[in-house]
Design a protein around this ligand. Sequence first.
Ligand code: GLA
Ligand code: GLA
Length: 698
Amino acid sequence: MVDSRSHRWPQPLKEQPSRIWYGGDYNPDQWPEEVWDEDVELMGEAGVNVVSVAIFSWSKLQPREGIYDFDWLDRVIDKLGKAGIAVLLASATASPPLWLTQEHPEVLLRNERGDVIWPGARQHWRPTSPIYRDYALQLCRALAEHYKDNPTIVGWHIGNEYGCHNRFDYSDDAMRAFQDWCKQRYQTIDAVNEAWGTAFWSQHLDNFTQILPPRYIGDFNFMNPGKLLDYKRFSSDALKAFYMAERDLIQEITPDLPITTNFMVSSLGSTLDYDDWGREVDFVSNDHYFSPGEQHLDELAYSSALVDGISRKEPWWLMEHSTSAVNWRPINYRKEPGQLVRDSMAHVSFGADAVCYFQWRQSQAGAEKFHSAMLPHAGKDSQVFRDVCELGEDLRLLSEEGLVGTTLAKAPIAIVQDYQSEWATEHTATPSQHVRHWTEPLDWFRALADLGIRADVLPISAAWDTYQAAVLPAVYILDEANSQRVRDYVSGGGKLFVTYYTGISDERDHVWLGGYPGSIRDVVGIRSEEFIPMGSDEGALNYLQLDNGAVAHDMADVITSVAASARVVASFQAPKHTGLNGLPAITVNTFGEGKAAYVACKLGREGLVLSLPELFTEMDLTFEQAGGNGDILRVEREQQETGTKFVFLFNRCDHEIELDLAGEPLVASLAGVDDGHARIDPNGVIVLKDEKEASASL
Ligand code: GLA
Ligand code: GLA
């Protein structure tokens, strides 16, 4: 077990009760001072009780080298404090001023071809530049010294979305830092050669100075996968070292203020190893932007479940989301009526004790002027602002009812997520670029939800092996230790679902030999000899029919042996010439006290919904099904000592749903309860409190 910092949470301002924090990024430096009073007044109207300030204010805080100007920020913080609005203070280092980059162009990022990433946006700096670090730390020191006794500040917001634009740097600074990182990890150059398999294509390294970042190698060529995987690890670590330098300096000056930095956890991206980073913050905070379309709610729920997993069920902070449209997609869909409240409630249901937005007031100019905000261009007479006020009211009520500090109830099944597996499977020299780690977990989450079963999502280092059932969805990398955990879990009675593309390689991306899944063949009781990638090329195999009615796409395994302890639950039906007819598609093995199912193909959400009920029976698994038909996403937060529960019911459908419900809801948005009968519209949500209501028949 790796040490984590203990959980610390920003405390309410003096004489204020503990509440769900509510607010957003506040950028007063974009506006004339006359606007600030109106800002503070409208924040009061909306129930805002916290804002993050100065995230991109470096050039205003330090207009020239050696000259600091905190007066304007003092005035803003003073106004906020007087209105009872707390402040998360930024370290303001995300976007450097032009005088700095002009004086020191050597802090600018380089892309893989060596091109300079010029100023013009933000985050164009090298995480490994000693010069940049010096300047950034000077600013942190000045800010921390100036604000150390300011009672309005309740915590620190360090940096901003590290790695969003500067994840990979290929400069000489980065090269030297990567060489040092390799020395630390491997000690000897022989160990690097071994790890990266440099015997292949004559890549032998004589010494550490020969280690280059994975710079441009021409088109249609393939970078050494071991090195590329290490570069992703290194890049996450390099940014982390930068963050930790800021954190440690600030902490020395303001030891009582909790510190965080906003992550970008979602089902789509994996910029940093957020599980690893989660150990270095006092409280986890996350930015989440909705996926437009039919997976909106499910993707959000999945992402929040993963944040809860990273936070190890401690309360976490939703640092940013949007009231409506973003402006960085090709098409920026607005939120439908009700989604503003519903989305926030969904984050809260999964353990967020803070609900914040980018940003308070929509910008009039600049690159994000069409990004929605709490106070839109249209002003306070707008649906968005009315919804923001309604949400503020709902959050206040939930706080008064005691929601703060309750935690997400443990689900009956854990889905395992692994950043290393995602990084390795992103490589372009793999069986199929349509298959990577990320392609599986969300399908499982959604399929289980369709069956009325809510899943927790846990990073591989977390305690997924304490659940009665767990899923390893395309967890491509299993090192020795995790393979042993899998073995212990199942032999000790665990019910494990393993899919194709799991346990393929070790942590160096060396393939486990002897047949797939090499490191846990004994546990699953099958052996696969080859992959069956499927595609849409004319005449190529583009799907595989299973005899249980499900259809597999993209990937399957050629299973040629099945242990005596294993049972084939479903098989492929395919034309004879493919050599696949009758091969096992789903198996269940008895291993020690437990059982391991192997799903040898990509079934997708539909195929899983079709196949899982029979598998549950085969594995002697029963789930207390809350929603029954999956129309409802039911999430519970609980206070274990008192037994108090908060039950959140979300409509997952595009039509109205009805259910029997005892008791009065605390929150009903696009929903109503009448005489024990409830109606929830699409995008609607109901929140109920306590034991009796929690057990309402659904
Ligand atoms: C070419 C190269 C080989 C190998 C194969 C793989 O033929 O000469 O070294 O890379 O492609 O298809
Ligand atoms: C990110 C950034 C914010 C803003 C939003 C817009 O989350 O942290 O500064 O750019 O995106 O969606």
